[in-house]
Design a protein around this ligand. Structure first.
Ligand SMILES: Cc1cc2nc3c(=O)[nH]c(=O)nc-3n(C[C@H](O)[C@H](O)[C@H](O)COP(=O)(O)OP(=O)(O)OC[C@H]3O[C@@H](n4cnc5c(N)ncnc54)[C@H](O)[C@@H]3O)c2cc1C
Length: 426
């Protein structure tokens, strides 16, 4: 994401204010709050979590050093057939992380129970709507995503996709793909007939069909997806990976937070973001939104009681009226968006392939390891390289493992990767 943003001439929004505060909320109420004074926050964190606060930064940097090897592979035009092969090439250890729970992984790494149950848990709740029962690898990515220095693209991250589309010169057909039918040529190589219903300005035109030598799926293939694709003409052994997705509600509220729920009297005592530490709490997180176009010290924060802030609440199910009232005592507007957001993670021995069939690729296989924009970009580049290498029979560039480069370079790359993975979506 860092490179794409530079390549496309897009500007970064400044990282969120350092004086933005964060709170932790359990079923017994708000029990921890950071301060606008960094030194006070550090002292409070050390008091509660001890040296784990320092160790987690080091642990994430080491993990990201290994992770960053993928950029070296991709720079050299190398690609991987499966998510397992890709993770192994970064670090053999990463496969173990996908096989054990986050809870076990951090315990084995020496982190305390309170640290895991509060800080790792709240990161999993806000980033993935899940708990520390997920597999370890996604929790590692999640921890990389809660360190300071998050950034996003000025005007909105969607500018990356829009500018890339323009820069590529590709022909975009707006529509909904309904079927992918495999056809065999005389040579025995498959080609694919893609059937779609046109949308946008072309919506009034008829359903269309086009034949392609190669097809790349760039969407999750969850069985409950709103736009299911039917695969036809494949042998009976053909299976698409079964990756169930987590259903998430994102509620956007322009209004006043109900301070009594958080045990506060004054608006300015309220943290800018509150994360939760129990699956029993009915919401996963609540945070104040900032406009994508501008940034000021307290953008979006109601300075006076008459002003409204715009808040984003993540929940695992549609809230009842009483639950909404518990969070907000005044509402000017409420919008609820349902997403099949990311995989429902658990320790697994099976990670999917980027190849569904000959010349039929699947970028979103990478979400089985962890879902994030940076992961999608890595998955997309891997599939582009894989398709190219397979088409031109560059077999030496598929599933090969490089000897790791020296550790000082690794560490610098680790920091760069950490910065990338932490790119934030609004
Ligand atoms: C609420 C939420 C918050 C998130 N926050 C962050 C964050 O802060 N940072 C971060 O890095 N990541 C975040 N993510 C994850 C991030 O959004 C995903 O990793 C990323 O969007 C995946 O990109 P993608 O292109 O693979 O899939 P998608 O963004 O899901 O795009 C798939 C596209 O395919 C289209 N499509 C589906 N079926 C068909 C069909 N049959 N025919 C035609 N088109 C079809 C869909 O309409 C969609 O436009 C968040 C995700 C959610 C849901």
């Amino acid at each position: 994401m860092v490179n794409l943003t530079k390549l496309l001439g897009l500007e970064r929004r400044n990282p969120k204010d350092d004086d933005g505060t964060m709170g932790l909320y359990s079923k017994d109420g708000l029990f921890f709050k950071t301060s606008i004074w960094k030194v006070v926050t550090i002292a409070k964190l050390f008091w509660r979590y001890g040296w784990d606060i320092k160790r987690i930064g080091e642990w994430v940097t080491t993990m990201m050093s290994s992770f960053s090897r993928i950029y070296e592979y991709q720079e050299k035009g190398m690609a991987f057939t499966t998510v397992e092969d890709m993770l192994k090439a970064m670090d053999e250890q990463f496969i173990n992380y996908t096989r054990i729970s986050a809870q076990t992984m951090f315990k084995d790494a020496g982190f305390s129970e309170i640290f895991i149950n509060e800080l790792v848990m709240s990161a999993m709740r806000v980033n993935y709507g899940q708990t520390t029962d997920t597999h370890g690898f996604v929790a590692a990515v999640s921890m990389a995503g809660v360190e300071s220095g998050l950034w996003s693209v000025k005007g909105g991250n969607k500018n990356v996709a829009e500018s890339l589309l323009k820069a590529s010169g590709a022909r975009l057909i707006q529509g909904k793909v309904t079927n992918i039918n495999m056809m065999k040529s005389a040579t025995g190589m498959p080609s694919y007939e893609v059937q779609y219903e046109k949308a946008g300005q072309q919506a009034d035109q008829e359903e269309s069909i086009a034949e392609y030598d190669l097809v790349i799926m760039a969407t999750p293939l969850d069985g409950n997806a709103k736009m299911k694709v039917v695969f036809e003409g494949f042998p009976s052994t053909f299976n698409i990976p079964n990756i169930p997705f987590h259903s998430l509600e994102a509620m956007f509220v322009c209004g006043h937070v109900n301070l009594s729920t958080f045990g506060m009297d004054q608006q300015d005592e309220l943290p800018d973001s509150i994360m939760t530490t129990n699956a029993e709490v009915f919401f996963n997180s609540i945070g104040l939104l900032e406009p994508v176009d501008e940034i000021s010290n307290k953008a979006g924060k109601p300075e006076e009681s008459e002003e409204y802030g715009v808040w984003k609440v993540f929940l695992n199910k549609v809230p009842t009226e009483a639950e909404v009232q518990a969070l907000f005592d005044t509402r000017k507007s409420v919008q609820l968006v349902n997403w099949l957001a990311y995989p429902q993670y658990q320790p697994t021995k099976e990670l999917p392939s980027f190849v569904l069939y000959d010349r039929l690729y699947f970028i979103n296989a990478i979400e089985a390891a962890a879902s994030a924009m940076e992961m999608s970009v890595i998955g997309a580049k891997n599939v582009a390289l894989l398709a190219y290498n397979q088409w031109y029979s560059h077999l030496d560039k598929i599933d090969e493992v490089l000897v790791p480069s020296d550790s000082s370079q690794d560490s610098a790359q680790g920091k760069q990767a950490q910065e990338s993975v932490k790119s934030e979506e609004l």
